[in-house]
Design a protein around this ligand. Structure first.
Ligand SMILES: [Zn+2]
Length: 311
Protein backbone atom coordinates (compact mmCIF):
# COMPACT_ATOMS: atom_id res chain seq x y z
CA UNK A 1 0.00 0.00 0.00
CA UNK A 2 1.48 3.39 -0.90
CA UNK A 3 1.75 5.99 1.80
CA UNK A 4 -0.75 8.83 1.54
CA UNK A 5 0.76 12.19 0.59
CA UNK A 6 1.16 14.45 3.62
CA UNK A 7 -1.64 17.02 3.68
CA UNK A 8 -0.87 20.64 2.81
CA UNK A 9 -2.29 23.00 5.42
CA UNK A 10 -2.15 26.76 5.03
CA UNK A 11 -2.52 29.26 7.87
CA UNK A 12 -5.66 31.40 7.97
CA UNK A 13 -5.16 34.46 5.78
CA UNK A 14 -2.85 32.79 3.24
CA UNK A 15 -3.97 31.85 -0.31
CA UNK A 16 -1.80 29.83 -2.69
CA UNK A 17 -2.74 30.45 -6.32
CA UNK A 18 -1.31 27.69 -8.51
CA UNK A 19 -0.80 28.76 -12.12
CA UNK A 20 0.20 27.14 -15.39
CA UNK A 21 3.87 26.91 -16.43
CA UNK A 22 3.96 30.18 -18.35
CA UNK A 23 3.20 32.05 -15.13
CA UNK A 24 4.67 31.50 -11.70
CA UNK A 25 2.42 30.63 -8.78
CA UNK A 26 1.28 33.47 -6.54
CA UNK A 27 0.80 33.71 -2.78
CA UNK A 28 -1.63 36.24 -1.32
CA UNK A 29 -1.43 37.04 2.39
CA UNK A 30 -3.95 39.19 4.29
CA UNK A 31 -2.50 42.01 6.38
CA UNK A 32 -3.86 43.08 9.78
CA UNK A 33 -4.72 46.56 8.41
CA UNK A 34 -7.16 45.20 5.80
CA UNK A 35 -4.60 45.24 2.99
CA UNK A 36 -2.82 42.27 1.47
CA UNK A 37 0.61 41.29 0.20
CA UNK A 38 1.12 39.30 -3.02
CA UNK A 39 4.28 37.30 -3.70
CA UNK A 40 5.06 37.09 -7.46
CA UNK A 41 2.75 38.04 -10.29
CA UNK A 42 3.04 35.67 -13.28
CA UNK A 43 3.83 36.33 -16.96
CA UNK A 44 2.81 39.49 -18.81
CA UNK A 45 0.67 37.63 -21.35
CA UNK A 46 -1.81 36.82 -18.58
CA UNK A 47 -1.62 40.01 -16.55
CA UNK A 48 -5.37 40.71 -16.92
CA UNK A 49 -6.01 37.24 -15.51
CA UNK A 50 -3.58 37.98 -12.66
CA UNK A 51 -5.55 41.09 -11.73
CA UNK A 52 -8.83 39.15 -11.68
CA UNK A 53 -7.32 36.23 -9.73
CA UNK A 54 -6.01 38.68 -7.14
CA UNK A 55 -9.36 40.51 -6.93
CA UNK A 56 -11.10 37.17 -6.36
CA UNK A 57 -8.60 36.01 -3.72
CA UNK A 58 -8.79 39.37 -1.91
CA UNK A 59 -12.54 38.78 -1.61
CA UNK A 60 -11.97 35.25 -0.26
CA UNK A 61 -9.58 36.61 2.36
CA UNK A 62 -11.86 39.50 3.26
CA UNK A 63 -9.05 41.93 2.39
CA UNK A 64 -9.97 45.37 1.05
CA UNK A 65 -7.09 46.04 -1.29
CA UNK A 66 -3.69 44.88 -2.53
CA UNK A 67 -1.05 46.98 -0.81
CA UNK A 68 2.22 45.29 -1.80
CA UNK A 69 3.74 43.01 -4.40
CA UNK A 70 6.98 41.21 -3.44
CA UNK A 71 9.04 39.44 -6.09
CA UNK A 72 11.18 36.41 -5.27
CA UNK A 73 13.17 37.21 -8.41
CA UNK A 74 12.64 39.06 -11.64
CA UNK A 75 12.45 36.31 -14.23
CA UNK A 76 9.68 37.29 -16.63
CA UNK A 77 7.26 34.65 -15.32
CA UNK A 78 7.42 36.03 -11.76
CA UNK A 79 6.94 39.77 -12.28
CA UNK A 80 4.95 40.10 -15.53
CA UNK A 81 1.82 41.18 -13.64
CA UNK A 82 3.57 43.87 -11.57
CA UNK A 83 2.71 46.76 -13.91
CA UNK A 84 -0.96 45.77 -14.23
CA UNK A 85 -1.32 45.28 -10.46
CA UNK A 86 0.33 48.63 -9.72
CA UNK A 87 -2.04 50.30 -12.22
CA UNK A 88 -5.11 48.59 -10.74
CA UNK A 89 -4.32 48.89 -7.01
CA UNK A 90 -1.63 51.59 -6.70
CA UNK A 91 0.32 49.04 -4.66
CA UNK A 92 3.98 49.11 -3.71
CA UNK A 93 6.37 46.83 -5.59
CA UNK A 94 9.35 45.46 -3.65
CA UNK A 95 12.10 43.69 -5.59
CA UNK A 96 15.28 41.85 -4.55
CA UNK A 97 17.90 44.44 -3.56
CA UNK A 98 20.35 42.98 -6.10
CA UNK A 99 17.98 43.75 -8.98
CA UNK A 100 16.68 47.21 -8.11
CA UNK A 101 19.19 49.14 -10.24
CA UNK A 102 18.37 46.95 -13.24
CA UNK A 103 14.67 47.73 -12.74
CA UNK A 104 15.22 51.48 -12.35
CA UNK A 105 17.24 51.54 -15.61
CA UNK A 106 14.91 48.91 -17.12
CA UNK A 107 17.99 47.05 -18.30
CA UNK A 108 16.33 44.20 -20.21
CA UNK A 109 19.69 42.51 -20.80
CA UNK A 110 20.57 42.43 -17.09
CA UNK A 111 17.00 41.39 -16.28
CA UNK A 112 17.45 38.33 -18.59
CA UNK A 113 14.60 39.21 -20.98
CA UNK A 114 16.88 39.85 -23.99
CA UNK A 115 18.97 36.73 -23.42
CA UNK A 116 15.92 34.47 -23.19
CA UNK A 117 13.78 36.31 -25.80
CA UNK A 118 11.04 36.70 -23.19
CA UNK A 119 8.82 39.70 -22.52
CA UNK A 120 7.95 41.73 -19.44
CA UNK A 121 5.95 44.94 -18.98
CA UNK A 122 8.05 47.71 -17.46
CA UNK A 123 7.22 48.50 -13.85
CA UNK A 124 8.55 50.78 -11.11
CA UNK A 125 10.18 49.38 -7.98
CA UNK A 126 9.16 51.27 -4.83
CA UNK A 127 11.47 49.43 -2.47
CA UNK A 128 13.83 46.54 -1.93
CA UNK A 129 13.93 43.16 -0.21
CA UNK A 130 17.25 42.64 1.54
CA UNK A 131 18.59 39.13 2.19
CA UNK A 132 19.27 38.58 5.86
CA UNK A 133 16.52 40.95 6.91
CA UNK A 134 13.17 40.11 8.42
CA UNK A 135 9.93 41.49 6.98
CA UNK A 136 6.49 41.43 8.60
CA UNK A 137 3.95 39.80 6.28
CA UNK A 138 0.44 39.07 7.50
CA UNK A 139 1.40 40.35 10.95
CA UNK A 140 4.21 37.81 11.54
CA UNK A 141 7.92 37.98 10.79
CA UNK A 142 9.31 36.35 7.63
CA UNK A 143 13.03 35.90 6.99
CA UNK A 144 14.45 36.83 3.60
CA UNK A 145 17.20 34.50 2.33
CA UNK A 146 19.49 34.98 -0.65
CA UNK A 147 18.81 32.00 -2.92
CA UNK A 148 21.37 31.82 -5.74
CA UNK A 149 21.62 28.79 -8.04
CA UNK A 150 18.67 29.11 -10.44
CA UNK A 151 19.13 32.90 -10.46
CA UNK A 152 22.00 34.69 -8.66
CA UNK A 153 19.66 37.41 -7.36
CA UNK A 154 16.74 35.25 -6.27
CA UNK A 155 15.32 35.20 -2.76
CA UNK A 156 13.20 32.78 -0.77
CA UNK A 157 10.94 33.73 2.15
CA UNK A 158 10.59 31.67 5.34
CA UNK A 159 8.08 32.09 8.13
CA UNK A 160 9.19 30.14 11.21
CA UNK A 161 5.94 30.96 13.01
CA UNK A 162 3.86 29.19 10.35
CA UNK A 163 6.63 26.73 9.34
CA UNK A 164 6.04 27.94 5.79
CA UNK A 165 8.53 28.43 2.94
CA UNK A 166 7.99 30.34 -0.30
CA UNK A 167 10.65 28.57 -2.33
CA UNK A 168 10.46 30.32 -5.74
CA UNK A 169 12.33 28.22 -8.36
CA UNK A 170 14.80 26.80 -5.84
CA UNK A 171 12.62 23.83 -4.89
CA UNK A 172 9.54 22.42 -6.63
CA UNK A 173 7.69 19.23 -5.87
CA UNK A 174 9.48 17.73 -8.88
CA UNK A 175 12.89 19.33 -9.06
CA UNK A 176 13.84 23.00 -9.46
CA UNK A 177 14.33 25.66 -12.13
CA UNK A 178 17.05 25.64 -14.78
CA UNK A 179 20.45 26.47 -13.28
CA UNK A 180 20.92 29.48 -15.56
CA UNK A 181 24.38 30.72 -14.42
CA UNK A 182 25.98 27.44 -15.56
CA UNK A 183 24.74 28.12 -19.11
CA UNK A 184 26.81 31.30 -19.32
CA UNK A 185 29.99 30.07 -17.67
CA UNK A 186 29.15 31.08 -14.10
CA UNK A 187 28.74 28.99 -10.98
CA UNK A 188 25.25 27.76 -10.08
CA UNK A 189 25.39 24.07 -9.13
CA UNK A 190 27.34 24.75 -5.92
CA UNK A 191 24.95 27.53 -4.89
CA UNK A 192 21.92 25.34 -5.64
CA UNK A 193 23.40 22.52 -3.52
CA UNK A 194 23.90 24.98 -0.66
CA UNK A 195 20.30 26.17 -1.01
CA UNK A 196 18.98 22.62 -0.72
CA UNK A 197 21.04 22.17 2.47
CA UNK A 198 19.80 25.49 3.83
CA UNK A 199 16.16 24.57 3.21
CA UNK A 200 16.67 21.13 4.74
CA UNK A 201 17.79 22.88 7.92
CA UNK A 202 14.79 25.24 8.19
CA UNK A 203 11.64 24.51 10.18
CA UNK A 204 9.23 23.87 7.32
CA UNK A 205 5.96 21.95 7.19
CA UNK A 206 4.66 23.42 3.94
CA UNK A 207 6.41 24.65 0.80
CA UNK A 208 4.77 27.05 -1.65
CA UNK A 209 6.89 26.71 -4.81
CA UNK A 210 7.17 29.02 -7.83
CA UNK A 211 5.68 26.35 -10.11
CA UNK A 212 3.62 23.20 -9.56
CA UNK A 213 1.67 22.15 -6.49
CA UNK A 214 2.28 23.10 -2.87
CA UNK A 215 3.67 20.25 -0.78
CA UNK A 216 4.20 19.24 2.83
CA UNK A 217 7.13 17.62 4.64
CA UNK A 218 9.82 18.60 2.13
CA UNK A 219 12.69 16.31 3.15
CA UNK A 220 11.86 13.56 0.62
CA UNK A 221 11.45 16.20 -2.11
CA UNK A 222 14.83 17.72 -1.16
CA UNK A 223 16.44 14.28 -1.40
CA UNK A 224 15.10 13.83 -4.94
CA UNK A 225 16.31 17.34 -5.83
CA UNK A 226 19.80 16.51 -4.53
CA UNK A 227 19.97 13.47 -6.80
CA UNK A 228 18.76 15.46 -9.81
CA UNK A 229 21.31 18.19 -9.09
CA UNK A 230 24.09 15.62 -8.83
CA UNK A 231 23.16 14.20 -12.23
CA UNK A 232 23.19 17.67 -13.86
CA UNK A 233 26.45 18.51 -12.20
CA UNK A 234 28.07 15.31 -13.44
CA UNK A 235 27.11 16.22 -16.98
CA UNK A 236 26.61 19.97 -17.58
CA UNK A 237 25.60 19.18 -21.17
CA UNK A 238 22.49 17.55 -19.69
CA UNK A 239 21.71 20.86 -17.94
CA UNK A 240 22.19 22.71 -21.25
CA UNK A 241 19.98 20.27 -23.20
CA UNK A 242 17.25 20.52 -20.60
CA UNK A 243 17.56 24.34 -20.52
CA UNK A 244 17.34 24.66 -24.30
CA UNK A 245 14.18 22.54 -24.45
CA UNK A 246 12.59 24.38 -21.51
CA UNK A 247 13.33 27.82 -22.98
CA UNK A 248 12.00 26.89 -26.45
CA UNK A 249 8.87 25.34 -24.94
CA UNK A 250 8.47 28.51 -22.89
CA UNK A 251 8.62 30.70 -26.00
CA UNK A 252 5.99 28.45 -27.58
CA UNK A 253 3.71 28.78 -24.54
CA UNK A 254 3.91 32.53 -25.12
CA UNK A 255 3.42 32.66 -28.92
CA UNK A 256 1.36 29.41 -29.25
CA UNK A 257 2.17 29.11 -32.97
CA UNK A 258 4.93 30.50 -35.17
CA UNK A 259 6.88 29.98 -38.41
CA UNK A 260 9.73 27.64 -37.53
CA UNK A 261 12.28 29.91 -39.27
CA UNK A 262 11.08 32.92 -37.25
CA UNK A 263 11.49 31.03 -33.98
CA UNK A 264 14.91 29.78 -35.09
CA UNK A 265 16.01 33.38 -35.71
CA UNK A 266 14.67 34.49 -32.36
CA UNK A 267 16.59 31.72 -30.61
CA UNK A 268 19.79 32.50 -32.53
CA UNK A 269 19.49 36.14 -31.45
CA UNK A 270 19.08 35.37 -27.73
CA UNK A 271 22.38 35.12 -25.85
CA UNK A 272 21.33 32.64 -23.15
CA UNK A 273 19.82 30.27 -25.70
CA UNK A 274 22.96 30.63 -27.84
CA UNK A 275 25.15 29.80 -24.84
CA UNK A 276 23.09 26.70 -24.08
CA UNK A 277 23.42 25.64 -27.72
CA UNK A 278 27.19 26.17 -27.58
CA UNK A 279 27.40 23.78 -24.59
CA UNK A 280 25.82 21.12 -26.80
CA UNK A 281 28.82 21.63 -29.09
CA UNK A 282 26.50 22.36 -32.01
CA UNK A 283 25.90 25.43 -34.17
CA UNK A 284 22.83 27.21 -32.82
CA UNK A 285 20.71 26.17 -35.84
CA UNK A 286 21.53 22.50 -35.28
CA UNK A 287 20.88 22.77 -31.55
CA UNK A 288 17.52 24.41 -32.30
CA UNK A 289 16.63 21.59 -34.71
CA UNK A 290 17.61 19.00 -32.14
CA UNK A 291 15.55 20.65 -29.37
CA UNK A 292 12.47 21.11 -31.57
CA UNK A 293 12.78 17.47 -32.69
CA UNK A 294 12.90 16.32 -29.07
CA UNK A 295 9.94 18.48 -28.04
CA UNK A 296 7.96 17.25 -31.05
CA UNK A 297 8.66 13.60 -30.35
CA UNK A 298 7.70 14.13 -26.69
CA UNK A 299 4.37 15.61 -27.81
CA UNK A 300 5.15 19.07 -26.39
CA UNK A 301 5.12 20.71 -29.86
CA UNK A 302 3.61 19.94 -33.25
CA UNK A 303 5.28 20.67 -36.59
CA UNK A 304 3.13 21.26 -39.67
CA UNK A 305 3.97 22.90 -43.03
CA UNK A 306 6.87 24.91 -41.64
CA UNK A 307 4.94 26.10 -38.61
CA UNK A 308 5.28 25.07 -34.98
CA UNK A 309 2.31 24.73 -32.66
CA UNK A 310 2.35 24.56 -28.90
CA UNK A 311 0.61 21.45 -27.56
ZN1 LIG B 1 12.97 31.78 -12.34
Amino acid sequence: MSRAEPAVRLPVGVRFIERDWLSSNMVLIAEPDGGATLIDSGYVKHSALVVSLVEHALGQLGAKRLTRVLNTHLHSDHCGGNAALAARFGCEVLVPAGSVDDVRRWDTAALSYDGTAQRCARFEASGVLVPGESLPIGGVPWEIYAAPGHDPKSLVFHCARHRLLVSADVLWKNGFGVIFPELVGESGFTEQAEMLELIAGLDVDTVLPGHGPAFAEPLAVIETARRRLASLRDDPVRNARYALKVMIKYLMLDVEEIEETVLAERVAGASVLRSAAALLDLPVEAAFDWAVGELTSQGALRRLNGRLFNV
